[in-house]
Design a binder for this molecule. Structure first.
Ligand code: C2E
Ligand code: MG
Ligand code: MG
Ligand code: MG
Length: 292
């Protein structure tokens, strides 16, 4: 390698690195501006029983960009994570969620609902996450058992012991925990026994496949068996069809979240759907459909 070539390779590498870094950095800069300008909001997706009675909601972050339109969390959350912004973004989410719970407390038709909030691994594992929550709960007087923190198994990157300790401390404040996307990570019974979770969220991929493939049906049944063994609830994610619902019911699953029961929606729409529920538009059986 002569010096000129070496210099070229070097410049090329730097250029590639800058390219790689600038994409998330661009998004991150825009995201901070979006936060200041009120472009971020929460959407609420119902969690229901088999008959569609709403038990609670999952709060999902939405970014509505004035020119680019809605930007999906799958594209900006990883960038925010990479740039170390999740504590800030997640702080906004918690602030909004607690404001909503204070609002619901005043209305007997809404006060029993739970609100699930996604907490990223970096946000949870940050040193003062516990203090942050303590302070939030002081400023927003709510029944803490209504707030459910959804964690994925990726939090365990910080080690089982510290994570279990932090969860236990937060549980003492009254908060409850849900393990999100369950079945896609390193779900081991040994880990699970140590974590004070009250709920497992069965990942959508199993829900979609289980009604059709024996192998996925078997996984789903064993997740249900683990949940029963641990004495925790299960929520099935991404339920889209009556067939999926029917199969899930055979496994003993009783809480559902998915397009079959409702899409993520603005707060006002969600509240209305609880206060004045419309009969669920179940797809009619083929023989009942009017002739075209
Ligand atoms: P998640 O926590 O597993 O959320 C469930 C995702 O499934 C949501 O996607 C929801 O809109 C979608 N979903 C619900 N029902 C159905 C269905 O029947 N069919 C299909 N195809 N999809 C369904 P969304 O809102 O795009 O969020 C994607 C992911 O982004 C979330 O997955 C979560 O990991 C992350 N996320 C969203 N909001 C936040 C947040 O406030 N903080 C953090 N840390 N992560 C968030
Ligand atoms: Mg979630
Ligand atoms: Mg999930
Ligand atoms: Mg998921």
């Amino acid at each position: 390698l002569n010096p000129t070539m070496a210099a070229l390779v070097f410049c090329g590498t730097i250029y590639a690195l800058q390219q790689r870094l600038s994409a998330p950095r661009g998004i991150a800069r825009d995201l901070l501006a979006a936060l200041r300008q009120g472009q971020l909001s929460l959407a609420y997706q119902p969690q229901t029983d088999r008959d569609g009675r709403v038990l609670g909601a999952e709060a999902l972050l939405r970014w509505n960009h004035p020119t680019r339109g809605p930007i999906p969390p799958s594209s900006f959350i990883p960038a925010a994570e990479e740039m170390g912004l999740m504590p800030i973004v997640g702080g906004f989410v918690l602030e909004e969620a607690l404001t909503t719970l204070v609002r619901w407390k005043e209305d007997p038709r809404l006060s029993a609902l739970t609100l699930s909030v996604n907490v990223s691994a970096s946000q949870f594992n940050e040193g003062d996450f516990e203090t942050t929550l303590r302070q939030l709960l002081e400023r927003h007087p709510i029944d803490p058992t209504r707030l459910r923190l959804e964690l994925t198994e990726s939090v365990l990157i910080a080690g089982l012991e510290p994570v279990a300790n932090k969860m236990t401390a937060l549980k003492r404040l009254g908060l409850t925990f849900s393990l999100d996307d369950f079945g896609t990570g390193f779900s081991s019974l040994a880990y699970l026994r140590r974590l004070p979770v009250s709920e497992l969220k069965i990942d959508r991929s199993f829900v979609v496949a289980a009604a059709e493939h024996d192998r996925d049906a078997a996984i789903l049944r064993s997740i249900r068996a683990i949940a029963t063994d641990l004495g925790v609830e299960t929520v099935a994610e991404g339920v889209e069809t009556p067939a999926q619902l029917a199969f899930l019911e055979t496994t003993g699953c009783r809480i559902f979240q998915g397009y079959l029961f409702g899409r993520p929606m603005p707060l006002a729409d969600f509240e209305l759907s609880v206060i004045a529920p419309q009969p669920r538009a179940m797809p009619a059986a083929p023989e009942l459909r009017p002739a075209p």
